[in-house]
Design a protein around this ligand. Structure first.
Ligand code: ZN
Length: 56
């Protein structure tokens, strides 16, 4: 059994600002040498089309 401690890796989806738990099947895109993670593939595609729109 796996327990999820406070150290479970998460990231914030830059498109919808949801907190995403990182898993093997989490959609991810590299941008400017950093990895961004998404709650779902549509968010990833939106980011890929126009990354600057979603970054601070
Ligand atoms: Zn999302």
């Amino acid at each position: 059994m796996e327990t999820e401690g406070p150290e479970a890796a998460t990231a914030v989806d830059p498109v919808c600002h949801m907190t995403v738990k990182l898993a093997e099947d989490t959609p991810t895109s590299p941008h400017n040498g950093q990895a961004y993670y998404f709650c779902c593939v549509p968010c990833q595609k939106a980011f890929d089309q126009d990354p600057a729109r979603y970054l601070p």
